[in-house]
Design a binder for this molecule. Structure first.
Ligand SMILES: Cc1ncc(COP(=O)(O)O)c(C=O)c1O
Length: 531
């Protein structure tokens, strides 16, 4: 890392630079070559940098005698030459412009024209070599995986809202993807006891035995789904479980059907597996739900997997048994795997009963990977614990993948999860308290949103999200959200982040007070837009 000089040096500098470095300029990644050099040298507090860039490289610095001496002092103190200072600065800066240079790139050829002689009274340094090496020192481009992956927009908006709150701004955030409740004390106590009892070593890759057994027991008790502990993999988060399921089933070139609006991570995980996401838009007229007809229309010979998420993030929609059974028939007929993401299975209202997709038939069970976890049900998002249940060969493959990718979920955290499953009375009470708060806020938010002229919102039956339609305002949802945050300090996530333009996702995992205040601001914002 280049070091910052202790104080600024008022240096007049003229730089003649290798023309090939103007590539980032041509590609629009930098304003000008002088901007590149100025930005690079800013780390050294050089000022008044003047840059010209003929095809040949030469850097000359004209400086008053006093500052020249100062600069020399600094370079001596840093055991380097002035030229090396500049070179280090440019070297450090170029990668941030992502200048892609592959072996054999003509940009790697050294400049051939002879160097100009430094003018009298100038301190000259550099030749084709140093800056040529600057180009060579640019690391090769990152992988396709890294360049293609999009960071989670929900986490980004949530982080921005939290930063604004921390800076003292009066933000009403509906961006959270996690319960606003703390983990129940008895779960924390169990993890603390495990830590103190020395459960600080690696655990078996697929999870500690009693937890896998408890997970198997709870599937049998809740759904009559009888599985062996060997079919259970405990992993570092439900997100990770989804990724394992996709990696275990999909090859590069395979297609994965993802109904939209979708949870933001599915497409990215599919791409990371080298497979191709195929989206099927299911709008509010369809209750945000996939139908057998839409599913059949999306299937091709390359389709390998369907991702089905009920209750849904971002819409809160839940599928009933008949709807799931009809989709299951299509999956069996076309021999598709199903990633049944049941992460929100316990956050379900209005007397609806959760349905376990795998239990819809023997042929369905053979093809289903069930994802669930502790994050949402027990307010344990930071614990990073997820579960995956699948037929034994798939579960084994997932465990083997996990053995190379993360070894195991955090050992002592698993003991907390075990308490959540074993101490049923306490767990049920904690869940009931959280659920009743969510249900109250769901109804409040739904009623308030539908009072806003131009906004329509379905009453979703699960999770802790509502997904109102704002397409009538004639504004792209992303612009709607940006303006809403800027003008009214209300943080919501645009529907387009979930593959459905024209909607907003509002999480009601927040207080009644924020809901009332935030929706009043949203109403004011919408009224302004209508003018
Ligand atoms: C639909 C869905 N699946 C899976 C997850 C992953 O949960 P976690 O990794 O926090 O256990 C989330 C989290 O937001 C989710 O919304």
């Amino acid at each position: 890392m280049p070091h910052k000089s202790p104080r600024p040096f008022p240096i007049q500098m003229e730089v003649e630079f290798l023309d090939r470095l103007s590539e980032p300029v041509r590609e629009g990644r930098a304003e000008s070559v002088s901007a590149i050099i100025r930005a690079a040298l800013a780390q050294y507090d050089f000022t008044n940098v003047v840059v010209v860039h003929p095809a040949q490289l030469q850097i000359s610095v004209r400086l008053p005698a006093a500052t020249r001496n100062n600069l020399k002092k600094v370079s001596r103190a840093k055991h380097t030459s002035v030229g090396q200072l500049v070179r280090a600065a440019v070297e450090a800066y170029l990668p941030s412009l992502e200048v892609p240079v592959a072996p054999g790139d003509p940009a790697l050829e050294p400049a051939r024209a002879p160097l100009r002689k430094p003018r009298k009274g100038w301190l000259a340094f550099g030749n084709a070599g140093p800056l040529f090496r600057v180009r060579m020192s640019t690391p090769p481009p990152l992988s396709t995986w890294a360049r293609n992956v999009s960071p989670s927009p929900t986490l980004a908006i949530d982080a921005k809202a939290k930063a604004m709150l921390a800076a003292g701004e009066d933000v009403c955030s509906f961006a959270a993807g996690e319960p606003d409740f703390d983990t129940p004390q008895f779960i924390k106590d169990a993890a603390i006891a495990a830590l103190q009892g020395g459960k600080t070593k690696y655990a078996p890759t697929p999870g500690i035995e009693p937890l896998r057994q408890a997970i198997a027991d709870r599937y049998a008790a809740e759904y009559g789904y009888k599985i062996a502990p060997s079919q259970v993999v405990v992993s570092p988060g439900g997100k990770y479980s989804c990724y394992l399921g996709i990696l275990a089933t999909c090859n590069p070139g395979d297609e994965v059907i993802i109904p939209a609006p979708y949870w933001v991570s599915y497409p990215e995980m599919v791409k990371l597996a080298g497979a191709t996401p195929k989206f099927v838009l299911c709008d509010d007229k369809a209750g945000f739900k996939l139908t057998p007809a839409l599913l059949k229309a999306a299937i091709t010979p390359k389709t390998k997997l369907l991702v089905l998420n009920s209750p849904s993030n971002p819409t809160g929609a839940i599928y009933n048994r008949a709807e799931l059974a009809a989709l299951a028939d299509v999956c069996v007929a076309h021999n598709l795997y199903v990633l049944a993401d049941e992460m929100y299975e316990h956050l379900i209202y209005d007397g609806h009963q959760p349905v376990n997709f795998a239990m819809l038939g023997t042929e369905v069970e053979k093809r289903t990977i069930t994802i669930a976890g502790f994050s949402k049900t027990y307010a344990m998002t930071g614990w990073r614990l997820g579960t995956l249940v699948a037929p034994a060969p798939i579960a084994r493959a997932c465990a083997e993948l996990q053995s190379q990718m993360s070894s195991n979920a955090t050992t002592f955290a698993q003991y907390g999860a075990l308490a959540a499953l074993q101490e049923k009375a306490k767990a049920t009470a904690a869940l009931a308290e959280m659920k009743s708060a969510f249900d109250r806020r769901r109804k409040l938010l739904h009623a308030e949103l539908n009072k806003i002229p131009g906004v329509t919102c379905l009453l979703a039956g699960g999770a802790f999200y509502l997904f109102p339609n704002i397409s009538g305002f004639g504004l792209k949802d992303i612009d709607f959200c940006a303006k809403l945050l800027e003008q009214e300090k209300v943080a919501v996530v645009p529907g387009s982040a979930f593959g459905a333009e024209g909607y907003l996702r509002l999480s009601y995992a927040t207080s009644d007070e924020i809901i009332k205040k935030g929706v009043a601001r949203l109403a004011k914002f919408c009224a302004e837009l209508k003018k």
